[in-house]
Each structure stands twice: as C-alpha cells, then as structure tokens.
Design a protein around this ligand. Sequence first.
Ligand SMILES: [Zn+2]
Length: 308
Amino acid sequence: MAFDLASLRHRLPSSPVTRFAPSPTGYLHLGHVANAIFVWGIARALGGRVVLRIEDHDRGRSRPDYERAILDDLEWLGLLPDIGTMEELRVGASKFRQSDNGPVYDKALAVLSRNGRTYACDCSRKDIAAEGGDPFNEETRYSGRCRERGLGPGPGYGLRLLIEPGAETFLDANLGATSQEPELQCGDLLLRDRLENWTYQFAVVVDDIRHGVDLVIRGEDLLASTGRQIRLTRLLGRERPPVFLHHPLIRRPDGAKLSKSSGDTGVAELRRAGASASTVLGRAAWLTGLIDQPADVPADRVGTFFER
Ligand SMILES: [Zn+2]
C-alpha cells in the first residue's frame, strides 16, 4: 500500500473543501484520472467536498471543445463536483471558470499593487533565459531586471510581484516538513504575462481563496510552486493557507511523466476502445500504486482507497 491516509489524517482538515482543476488545453488522460482519484477519494473519506474549476487562464491555449470533452469524460467516469454543477459550466458563465472572472483577478491585483509591490516587465522568455545562469535551479529565476526601470504598465507589458527573500516552511500532508525560498527559486513572480493572460500561479491562489479551498491535492510535479503560492496567499490577506498534499505521479514504464500527447492514455481513446469507466479508474489507481494490480473501481468506491 503506497498511500496510507490514516497516518496523515492528523495533518488534514476535517470535512475539507478541495478541488479538481483541469486546464482545457488538451484532453483528459490517465494522469488527470489519477489526480481525480486522490481528490474525490480523499474528499469522500474525510466527508469533504470537491470544487470543479476550469483553469483557462491561458486564453491562447485553452479551447472550448477541450473543456466540453473534459466535462463529458468526468461525467462518464462518474466524478461530479459537490460545489457548483456540470450543468452550470455547460450553459454559460460560471464563477468556476477563470476566463469568466476577470474582475476578480483585477481586484486581487489591486491589493498587491497597493503597496507598490508590483511592476511592469517587458522581458521575453528568451531574455530571462539569457540572464539566468544557475544550473542548479530547475526553473529559470527572474533576475529582477525590470524592477527599477519604471516601465508601463500598458499593453505589451507583463506584471510582476516583488518577492522578498525568506523561506516558506510548510507541512506537506504527504511529504512532511518542507522549506522553499521563492526568491531564490523563481524571483519576482509574473502575475500577468505580456499577452495579458493571468498566470497559473496567480490565478490559482486567487481561486483557492475565493472558492474556500482548504486542502489542495495535486501531483508531486507541482511541489516547487507551493512556497510561492503560500507567500501569495498571505499577501492577498488570507492568513491560513490551505493544507497541501502532493501525491505520486503516474509514470510510463520508461520513467517518463505522462503528458497530454500520450495518445494511448487518453480517457476518450480508452472509452472508444470499449473500456468501462470502472476499468479506467482502476487502471489509473493501479498505475499510481494505490492498488497492486489492475481492478475495476466504480466512482462511488474511490473513497475506499483512503478509508482504511
Ligand atoms: Zn523584465
């Protein structure tokens, strides 16, 4: 048993509000399904509730047909939100879709800008890569090049948040005590890019606050983002950040992470090939180590992985 919720329970809120938050930049694949099993399963085991949020902050890459396909696949799997409804997302604007909520992010940005903590930046990815030379830093840290340049704001400029030095220490429910220094990892955080898309880091923190999320359940690949999101949460006025639980990812036999381009693992493909929803859920549970061998798992049983 790779995952023992009983031993982590004291670190988790009781009756948590958690979320499943796909980006409609591709179709649902087994990696998403694995995350969904953790999200719905842990929520069920703890008497919690799930928010379904469409993270389409990147307007250039998000597509309505991907969103419809994601909703269809989730409904087929039997994974429905407890807060908000599928129907609401299908018929029109919703507070659970980022692109419908521009004013919410404007307001949050105003809070951060109030004390002169934000500034305009015209650096391209290329500029930043050319400046950042730390080979031990997995992501390219922003040097603060535009801090004192007094640019914009205006069209064609991104907006950054000044990140002060200092560690963010948190107790990851699964991985234990963790400490990260956002200023050393990423430097001043991009809130809105040059094409006026809100960034993932910013939008997700604003959303977790407004949706009342107190438990974030996601894959280990997002662990590095946690310290900066906790910092941002506090700067936006929420003293108690959510509890974070980072779970193992599904890996292909060659060790590579699953991606949206992995056609053989798409939920729609598996569906078309005749797999049942229980089979798809069971396969994802098996690939992430929740069960020792593939077995059919109906959606109303995903809580049992975490109830022992
Ligand atoms: Zn810059």
